[in-house]
Design a protein around this ligand. Sequence first.
Ligand code: GDP
Length: 283
Amino acid sequence: MASARKKAAEAMAAIDVVIEVTDARLPEASSNPMIVELRRFRNRPCLKLLNKSDLADPVATSAWMDFYNRQPGVRAVAISAKNAAEVARVPALCRQLAPHRDDGTKPLRMMIMGIPNVGKSTLMNALLKRKVAKVGDEPAVTKHQQTLDLGPGMTLTDTPGMMWPKIDYDADGYMLAASHAIGRNAVIDEEVAAFLGEILIARYLPLLAARYRLEPAMLAGFDGPALVEAVGRRRGCLVKGGGLDLEKAAQILLQDYRDGVLGRISLETPQTRAQMIAAADAA
Ligand code: GDP
């Protein structure tokens, strides 16, 4: 981590605007506090991209944008890095954040930062309109830092080193694992699916009822593990001997969430995050 910090601090000194990419479904859990700290230290403005907004709950995303747009030096925008028209707005938004670089003599230097798997490579390729960065649904595909010209008077540098998430709360680890931002083996699928299940029952019950054809009244009485069991029964996940294959059931629920087939879901809102922190601090 010390070397990642050093690399990030050096890189930050040589740029004008930070493009921080987070996952719109879990914007705080998928941010790295070192980015805020270094950016404030260097007084660098930030374009905060709530990416994968095509998968996130639009109401939650709008609440997060209000939340971040109140922070000094931050402009928050929801995008999908897979949508060319949305990506095309990014350079102009960065220009607005660094008007002092707009006299035609100095290039505008932008740097993309963020934890693994939030969509940095997808964004970089879309901005450059060619494939320069490897995209993968496995975390940690981006490895070598590079600076490239992005049209006249603009350069783009990718994330310096690996910026791992900082997991201060158990819920952050679960949200990241559910969204596949941390490795598959780091946490047990069944536990992660049960955590996800609790959120889905509390806030997205109609989506669950529709996807797995389960009675809403019955779902309302379930906890996370009971939901995983019900999904397993519905999908015929059985082990030899006839018992339920809960690991398989957990993987189905997680994959459905990751693929967006349950509908547009956010795992945290500014309000649920404040409640989660208050509860964890009180414990
Ligand atoms: P990086 O590790 O931050 O560079 O993330 P990648 O660019 O490799 O993306 C991780 C995964 O998320 C890949 O499977 C991408 O196709 C996917 N992805 C990236 N951006 C979006 C987006 O806006 N919407 C959706 N649905 N998927 C995205």
